[in-house]
Write a protein that binds this ligand. Structure first.
Ligand code: HEC
Ligand code: HEC
Length: 266
């Protein structure tokens, strides 16, 4: 009888229905998912769903949809793409096993190893870096200016991956809006900048990827956001930067390597 049961479980396991390894799901969740969904499954931000106590089948379906692209989200899609069928079953079982958050549940804190960044504000980038791209973001009414330091320019010129010592700065401005509430486009074709929003900076240095789980790690890149007075902006979760830039591993984790290379070779 006992033998029969064991066989049943094994057979079910092979078919996937029982193929859940709670310990593996917990380990994965605590190393990676917790950076955004919280160690206890209560998320770190209003834009990120709580997972604690959610139904396992629902979580699995959402992860499969995010992995296939049927459900689209740049950050979560990049993570789901790296999950195997077993990973999906395991993490879903883990989150389903956690007690659901009450209505008054607090937010979780960031994971210290992911919130920590080695990026410092670069000296005088407007004078010493190259402005290699300007772009309009009509989806959020912004105009953005992208700068690269000489180390990055040299590597791009030589067709090499951006090495340690590379620094890229993205300046974000809210566009000036016309009477129709649409951005005003200057003769250059770019939106007229109105109000400074933030500096987003990515920089890489030897050993800077240490302590970041592989699913989020961008080799040695670290990320940071700075305010107008060049202070780290509070509430920045580096895990989101890493997740969204992660799929660009063939482009030195940047969205703009082609533009950078074109300008570097001029
Ligand atoms: C960098 C932040 C980040 C990390 C790390 C992260 N997620 Fe997410 N996750 C999100 C965001 C943002 C959403 C909301 C996506 C949307 O709006 O469609 C989400 C949505 C989900 C959903 C859908 C929930 C629902 O209610 O529909 C599941 C399931 C999920 N994540 C599981 C995971 C698992 C499992 C991991 C770890 C392997 C993980 N996430 C790691 C940011 C993250
Ligand atoms: C939802 C996806 C997403 C997230 C999250 C994200 N980025 Fe980006 N990032 C982009 C895209 C897309 C671009 C290309 C420029 C643009 O469209 O504004 C970009 C460009 C950049 C650049 C210019 C170099 C390049 O890759 O082309 C820097 C620097 C940068 N991001 C820093 C950050 C920092 C710092 C964070 C975290 C606070 C972050 N990013 C989070 C999508 C993202």
């Amino acid at each position: 009888m006992r033998l029969q049961m064991a066989c049943l479980i094994l057979a079910a396991g092979a078919s996937g229905a029982w193929a859940q390894d709670l310990a593996a799901g917990k380990a994965r969740a605590e190393a990676v998912c917790a950076a955004c969904h919280g160690l206890n499954g209560v998320s770190v931000a209003d834009t990120i769903p709580n997972l604690a106590g959610q139904k396992s089948a629902y979580l699995q379906n959402q992860l499969k949809a995010l992995k296939s692209g049927a459900r689209k989200n740049a950050v979560m899609g990049a993570i789901a793409a790296q999950l195997s069928a077993d990973d999906i079953a395991n993490v879903a079982a883990h989150f389903a096993s956690l007690p659901a958050a009450g209505t008054a549940a607090a937010r979780s804190g960031f994971l210290p190893n992911l919130a920590k960044t080695s990026v410092t504000f670069p000296d005088n980038h407007r004078a010493t870096f190259t402005l290699y791209q300007t772009l309009n973001r009509p989806d959020i009414n912004q105009v953005r200016y992208l700068y690269a330091n000489p180390v990055a320019m040299k590597a791009a010129k030589d067709g090499k991956p951006l090495p340690d010592g590379s620094v890229l700065v993205l300046e974000q401005y809210a566009a000036k809006l016309g009477a129709d509430h649409k951005p005003i486009t200057a003769a250059s074709g770019f939106f007229e900048p109105d109000r400074f929003v933030a500096y987003a900076v990515m920089e890489r240095g030897a050993g800077w990827g240490h302590g970041i789980p592989e699913m989020l790690r961008n080799e040695n890149w670290n990320y940071a956001v700075f305010t107008a007075d060049k202070q780290h902006r509070a509430g920045t979760n580096q895990a989101e930067c890493l997740a969204c830039h992660k799929p660009l591993d063939q482009k030195s984790f940047t969205f703009s390597l082609d533009a950078l290379t074109t300008v570097a070779r001029r």
